[in-house]
Design a protein around this ligand. Sequence first.
Ligand code: ADP
Length: 560
Amino acid sequence: MKLKTKLTVGIGFLFIVILVFGILGITSIYKLSTNTNKILTNNYETLVYNNNMLKALEELPDNKTAYTEFENNLAKQENNITEYGEDEATKLLRKNFEELKLQPNDSSNYREIRQAIQRINNMNQNAIMRKNDIAQSTASSAIFWLTVVFTILTIIALTLTVNFPDIIATPIKALAEGITAIANKNYSNRIHLKQDDEFGDLANAFNIMAEKLDEYEHSNLAKIKFEKSRIETIINQMKDGIIGLDERKHILFINAVAEKMLGLKEQDIIGKYAADIALTNDLMRRLLQNDNHTELKIYADNKESYFNKDVLTVSNDAQVIGNVIVLRNITPFHELNEAKTNFIATVSHELKTPIASIKMSLDLLENKQIGNINDDQKQLIDSIKDDSNRLLKITGELLNLSQVETGNIQLSLQPCSILEIVDYATNAVKMSAEQKKITILQEVATTNVLVKADKDKTAWVLINLLTNAIKYSYEQSSVTIRVEHESNNLKISVVDKGVGIAPKYLDKIFDRYFKTPNSISTGTGLGLAISKEFIEAQGGIIGVKSSLGKGSEFYFMLPS
Ligand code: ADP
């Protein structure tokens, strides 16, 4: 039965019971009141009239008003005939009274009147008794039925009080437990309510929902598992080392390459705090350092490999949920680069000897003892000399570069006067400055000119800066070499008033092989890159300030 029907039937039943109880009560009280009223009007009043008539009879025949009194009460009695035989007795009383009026001194009339009144009185007293009995029985019956109805109502009310909360609460409790289970992702939970009402329908609907959620969860889980194993396969197939960390830096996954590099097994470190592992693992310590895009040289699997560390941030809805450390295997590039450096070093080294011999032959050609040369030949010899000088410069730069790239910069640091280096470099570029009528000025703003440096390399750098300054200056201008102190460093600047450099190229100017577009340079674009390596190897810094069209200032600082 539906809950609605149950409630309707229950409340309807209560309504009917209340109605019956009310009707029964009202009818019983009405009956009682009617019976009492009847006794009062039908019989009690007759007794009063009769009593009045008896009193009036006492005063007859002397008191004439007693006739009237008797007459009035008799008339009232004649109008209040209610009992069987009362009419006859009243008529007899009338007849006797009429005779008394005619013969007031006849005592038999008095006796007969009294007897008639007595009969009427008896009849009414009996009626009162009878009616009282009826009222009593009506009251008893009302009490009985009211008690019966009251008892039934009490039993029903008690039953409802005991059972009704359970009827509502039991299924609600079962539903609440089911919903809690769903909230806890326990989709296999079902509600078992064997009720054919709204709660039963609700439980069925709930079970269908739980089944659907269960199916969805399982299909989703299968999908997620499939995706997970696919990603795991991809990660494990990669040649790069990959380590996944959550937002609290606990290790989530690590692929085979990273396992080999770290010398650790996945099952031993999964879920562990990466910093704890770093305590006993140098490589992990380096991986956790905040130096993205750094190159790492790792010895694993009996060979040296090079990796580029890249830390990627994993985020969800703009919230960082972890990191992936990618160790890109750049060993093949390294090997190729090494081969290139070796090749350059060998070629430039091998070229130096024939170029030197060409230069020597040219010097011999110019010697008058060998023979005279005409002007055209002289021009040709000069041009070959220029080219071989340039070739020598290029091979020298390439050799320096191979030194730099292999990390083999041999430094011989010793205290030396920067002024000696400045003079040496000025002399070296004197000829090319003169060719462009450029004056080289020196501004020395310090007395402490001692610096701890590699003389040859520092001179090489200064010559390179001066050569560039002259190359990119206009004719008849000047180039200034400034020597000054800055903090604990000696700063040497080469200032020109030449073409200058556009701001967008300033951060690339020290890159290898870089030349500004439309540069008049016939060089390799290596000079500044090598200069930077040489200065930094000595613990110094190198920099540039420039303004396009106005000139440039290249400077380096060395610890003094
Ligand atoms: P290069 O052999 O081309 O001179 P460098 O490394 O010495 O190689 O210089 C790189 C580039 O920097 C040059 O090609 C030139 O464009 C720019 N450059 C260097 N010095 C100056 C300077 N003093 N004024 C303007 N541009 C310069």
